[in-house]
Ligand binder design. Sequence first.
Ligand code: HEM
Length: 169
Amino acid sequence: MSCPVHHSVQMNPVITPLEWLLGTWQSEEPGEGRFPTIQPFRYSETLQFSHVGQPVINFSFNAFLVDSKKPLHRECGFIRMQPGTNKVAFIVAQNTGLVEIEEGELTGQHLNLRSHTIARISFAKEPHVKEVSRTFELLPDGRLEQRVSMATDSQPLTEHLRIAYVRSP
Ligand code: HEM
């Protein structure tokens, strides 16, 4: 899914604290996936963050098998900020049939989110996800890091994903 970046449109001031996310990011080293109930795996991922002048960031994340580039997990959605605060809402739909609203706080260039609402299609695969926590951080070397932990029916909140991206020109 492509998510066009409208450079010509001025950014809405409400979301300027999130300007550091904008653009396309590509994993350089494979990301690391793990969970107590699965085999560890490696993956590559492209992130796109854009805006169209609204007080909203549009995003689309596409993960692939490292070698074959076979499409895997996909997420898309919107990021909003409560005006005048550092409160952030991350609204996401996943190709697995999961939809979530995560909320949290922006501190500098570190976004810390936790799910407060999770819903899924009636025939979603088990185990069901009960909670997600996720961080995005701009590292001192200019890379973007994403970490995701989840709790399921059978496991407490545990790391699932850790990956760093470089900005695409
Ligand atoms: C917030 C995002 C994500 C959520 C909530 C999520 C959730 C899950 C869940 C519930 C499982 C099953 C765990 C179990 O059997 O106990 C799983 C497995 C897995 N996830 Fe994720 N996942 C996410 C993102 C990703 C991404 C980005 C990838 C990248 C490739 C990925 C790859 C996998 C793989 C390979 C497995 C093991 C095989 C399978 O069950 O399909 N996941 N994930």
